[in-house]
Design a binder for this molecule. Structure first.
Ligand SMILES: [Mg+2]
Length: 209
Protein backbone atom coordinates (compact mmCIF):
# COMPACT_ATOMS: atom_id res chain seq x y z
CA UNK A 1 0.00 0.00 0.00
CA UNK A 2 1.17 3.54 -0.77
CA UNK A 3 1.02 6.11 2.00
CA UNK A 4 0.99 9.76 0.96
CA UNK A 5 2.41 11.48 3.98
CA UNK A 6 2.03 15.10 4.93
CA UNK A 7 4.49 16.31 7.59
CA UNK A 8 3.30 19.60 9.11
CA UNK A 9 0.43 18.77 11.45
CA UNK A 10 1.25 15.05 11.17
CA UNK A 11 4.84 14.43 12.28
CA UNK A 12 5.63 18.08 12.98
CA UNK A 13 3.05 19.29 15.46
CA UNK A 14 1.82 22.85 15.36
CA UNK A 15 3.42 25.08 17.94
CA UNK A 16 1.50 26.35 20.89
CA UNK A 17 4.50 28.52 21.66
CA UNK A 18 3.64 32.23 21.85
CA UNK A 19 4.71 33.91 18.64
CA UNK A 20 6.79 36.37 20.72
CA UNK A 21 9.16 33.67 21.97
CA UNK A 22 11.39 33.74 18.90
CA UNK A 23 14.20 31.73 20.42
CA UNK A 24 11.96 28.83 21.33
CA UNK A 25 10.15 29.11 18.01
CA UNK A 26 13.45 28.84 16.16
CA UNK A 27 14.61 25.89 18.27
CA UNK A 28 11.39 24.03 17.45
CA UNK A 29 11.27 24.96 13.79
CA UNK A 30 10.96 21.98 11.46
CA UNK A 31 11.46 19.44 14.23
CA UNK A 32 9.65 16.15 14.15
CA UNK A 33 7.55 15.41 17.19
CA UNK A 34 9.21 12.28 18.53
CA UNK A 35 5.99 10.79 19.98
CA UNK A 36 4.17 11.18 16.67
CA UNK A 37 7.14 9.82 14.74
CA UNK A 38 7.39 6.78 17.00
CA UNK A 39 3.65 6.14 16.76
CA UNK A 40 3.89 6.26 12.94
CA UNK A 41 7.03 4.19 12.63
CA UNK A 42 5.71 1.49 14.99
CA UNK A 43 2.78 0.89 12.66
CA UNK A 44 4.83 0.93 9.45
CA UNK A 45 7.39 -1.47 10.95
CA UNK A 46 4.67 -4.16 11.08
CA UNK A 47 4.02 -3.72 7.34
CA UNK A 48 7.38 -3.54 5.59
CA UNK A 49 5.79 -3.79 2.14
CA UNK A 50 4.40 -0.30 2.62
CA UNK A 51 5.72 2.49 0.43
CA UNK A 52 5.76 6.08 1.63
CA UNK A 53 5.54 9.13 -0.62
CA UNK A 54 6.06 12.58 0.88
CA UNK A 55 3.21 14.93 -0.03
CA UNK A 56 4.21 17.75 2.31
CA UNK A 57 5.41 21.23 1.28
CA UNK A 58 8.71 20.13 2.79
CA UNK A 59 9.49 18.59 -0.59
CA UNK A 60 9.89 22.09 -2.01
CA UNK A 61 12.26 23.20 0.78
CA UNK A 62 14.34 20.13 1.59
CA UNK A 63 15.88 17.37 -0.46
CA UNK A 64 14.39 13.90 -0.19
CA UNK A 65 17.59 12.75 1.51
CA UNK A 66 17.24 15.47 4.12
CA UNK A 67 13.62 14.47 4.76
CA UNK A 68 14.55 10.78 4.96
CA UNK A 69 17.26 11.54 7.51
CA UNK A 70 14.56 12.57 10.01
CA UNK A 71 13.20 9.00 10.04
CA UNK A 72 14.68 5.79 11.47
CA UNK A 73 16.81 3.98 8.89
CA UNK A 74 14.42 1.05 8.39
CA UNK A 75 11.49 3.41 7.74
CA UNK A 76 13.54 5.83 5.60
CA UNK A 77 14.17 2.91 3.21
CA UNK A 78 10.44 2.72 2.55
CA UNK A 79 10.21 6.37 1.44
CA UNK A 80 10.17 6.12 -2.33
CA UNK A 81 9.59 9.67 -3.49
CA UNK A 82 7.63 12.89 -3.35
CA UNK A 83 4.45 13.95 -5.09
CA UNK A 84 4.65 16.45 -7.96
CA UNK A 85 3.39 19.98 -7.26
CA UNK A 86 0.01 20.68 -8.81
CA UNK A 87 -1.43 24.10 -9.49
CA UNK A 88 -3.04 25.57 -6.38
CA UNK A 89 -6.69 24.67 -6.81
CA UNK A 90 -9.42 22.97 -4.82
CA UNK A 91 -8.26 19.54 -3.63
CA UNK A 92 -4.77 20.18 -5.01
CA UNK A 93 -3.17 17.67 -2.69
CA UNK A 94 -5.51 14.96 -3.93
CA UNK A 95 -4.60 15.99 -7.48
CA UNK A 96 -0.91 15.58 -6.61
CA UNK A 97 -1.51 12.06 -5.29
CA UNK A 98 -3.36 11.12 -8.49
CA UNK A 99 -0.60 12.68 -10.62
CA UNK A 100 2.02 10.65 -8.78
CA UNK A 101 0.07 7.41 -9.23
CA UNK A 102 -0.61 8.11 -12.90
CA UNK A 103 2.93 9.07 -13.83
CA UNK A 104 4.32 5.99 -12.05
CA UNK A 105 1.72 3.60 -13.52
CA UNK A 106 0.40 2.80 -10.07
CA UNK A 107 -3.28 3.63 -10.51
CA UNK A 108 -4.28 0.09 -9.49
CA UNK A 109 -2.38 0.30 -6.20
CA UNK A 110 -4.17 0.77 -2.90
CA UNK A 111 -3.27 4.02 -1.15
CA UNK A 112 -4.10 6.24 1.77
CA UNK A 113 -3.22 9.86 2.48
CA UNK A 114 -2.35 11.14 5.95
CA UNK A 115 -2.91 14.87 6.34
CA UNK A 116 -4.08 17.35 8.96
CA UNK A 117 -6.26 19.21 6.46
CA UNK A 118 -9.27 17.18 5.30
CA UNK A 119 -10.29 19.96 2.88
CA UNK A 120 -7.36 19.10 0.60
CA UNK A 121 -9.22 15.95 -0.42
CA UNK A 122 -12.70 15.29 -1.77
CA UNK A 123 -15.09 13.24 0.40
CA UNK A 124 -14.66 9.50 0.02
CA UNK A 125 -10.89 9.69 -0.42
CA UNK A 126 -8.88 7.16 1.60
CA UNK A 127 -7.64 9.63 4.19
CA UNK A 128 -6.51 9.70 7.80
CA UNK A 129 -6.90 13.18 9.23
CA UNK A 130 -4.68 14.16 12.14
CA UNK A 131 -5.10 16.89 14.71
CA UNK A 132 -2.38 19.44 13.94
CA UNK A 133 -1.48 19.96 17.63
CA UNK A 134 -1.24 16.26 18.47
CA UNK A 135 -0.02 15.01 15.12
CA UNK A 136 -0.02 11.29 14.33
CA UNK A 137 -1.48 9.90 17.56
CA UNK A 138 -2.85 6.59 18.78
CA UNK A 139 -6.29 6.84 17.09
CA UNK A 140 -4.50 7.63 13.81
CA UNK A 141 -2.22 4.63 14.38
CA UNK A 142 -5.25 2.39 14.93
CA UNK A 143 -6.88 3.60 11.72
CA UNK A 144 -3.71 3.05 9.72
CA UNK A 145 -3.24 -0.43 11.21
CA UNK A 146 -6.80 -1.40 10.25
CA UNK A 147 -6.24 -0.22 6.68
CA UNK A 148 -2.89 -1.97 6.31
CA UNK A 149 -4.27 -5.16 7.81
CA UNK A 150 -7.23 -5.17 5.41
CA UNK A 151 -4.85 -4.52 2.54
CA UNK A 152 -2.67 -7.44 3.58
CA UNK A 153 -5.70 -9.75 3.67
CA UNK A 154 -6.65 -8.51 0.22
CA UNK A 155 -3.23 -9.12 -1.30
CA UNK A 156 -3.05 -12.57 0.33
CA UNK A 157 -6.33 -13.33 -1.39
CA UNK A 158 -5.02 -12.12 -4.74
CA UNK A 159 -1.89 -14.24 -4.35
CA UNK A 160 -3.98 -17.32 -3.57
CA UNK A 161 -6.18 -16.66 -6.61
CA UNK A 162 -3.11 -16.31 -8.81
CA UNK A 163 -1.81 -19.65 -7.60
CA UNK A 164 -5.01 -21.61 -8.10
CA UNK A 165 -3.47 -23.23 -11.19
CA UNK A 166 -0.86 -24.87 -8.99
CA UNK A 167 -3.39 -26.47 -6.63
CA UNK A 168 -3.97 -30.22 -7.24
CA UNK A 169 -7.48 -30.79 -8.56
CA UNK A 170 -8.74 -32.80 -5.60
CA UNK A 171 -7.78 -29.94 -3.26
CA UNK A 172 -9.47 -27.22 -5.32
CA UNK A 173 -12.84 -27.33 -3.50
CA UNK A 174 -11.11 -26.82 -0.15
CA UNK A 175 -9.05 -23.89 -1.46
CA UNK A 176 -12.13 -22.42 -3.13
CA UNK A 177 -13.97 -22.66 0.19
CA UNK A 178 -11.09 -20.90 1.91
CA UNK A 179 -11.11 -18.08 -0.65
CA UNK A 180 -14.87 -17.60 -0.28
CA UNK A 181 -14.47 -17.56 3.47
CA UNK A 182 -11.71 -14.98 3.13
CA UNK A 183 -14.05 -12.87 1.04
CA UNK A 184 -16.60 -12.56 3.84
CA UNK A 185 -14.42 -12.95 6.93
CA UNK A 186 -11.12 -11.48 5.74
CA UNK A 187 -10.09 -9.90 9.02
CA UNK A 188 -10.89 -12.84 11.27
CA UNK A 189 -9.18 -15.30 8.90
CA UNK A 190 -6.08 -13.14 8.87
CA UNK A 191 -6.17 -12.88 12.65
CA UNK A 192 -6.46 -16.69 12.94
CA UNK A 193 -3.48 -17.09 10.60
CA UNK A 194 -1.39 -14.63 12.61
CA UNK A 195 -2.33 -16.35 15.90
CA UNK A 196 -1.57 -19.77 14.43
CA UNK A 197 1.87 -18.66 13.29
CA UNK A 198 2.58 -17.02 16.67
CA UNK A 199 1.55 -20.25 18.44
CA UNK A 200 3.87 -22.16 16.11
CA UNK A 201 6.72 -19.85 17.08
CA UNK A 202 6.05 -20.46 20.77
CA UNK A 203 5.97 -24.21 20.33
CA UNK A 204 9.24 -24.28 18.41
CA UNK A 205 11.74 -26.09 20.67
CA UNK A 206 14.68 -24.18 22.05
CA UNK A 207 13.20 -20.78 21.24
CA UNK A 208 14.02 -19.38 24.64
CA UNK A 209 17.20 -21.26 25.24
MG1 LIG B 1 -0.18 19.75 6.98
Amino acid sequence: MYIFLDLDGVLVTEDKIPITDLELLEANYAKFDQTALQEFENVIRQYPNTKIVISSDWRTMFSLEEIKSRFSDDIAKLIVGVTPCAELQKFFRHREVLDYLESNHLTKEAWVAIDDIAEHFPKGTPLIVTNCYRGFDQPAAEKLTTLLQAQEAQSLKVKLHLQLDLVPEQKLPAVQWFLNHLETHGDSVLEALINASAAGEERRPGKNS
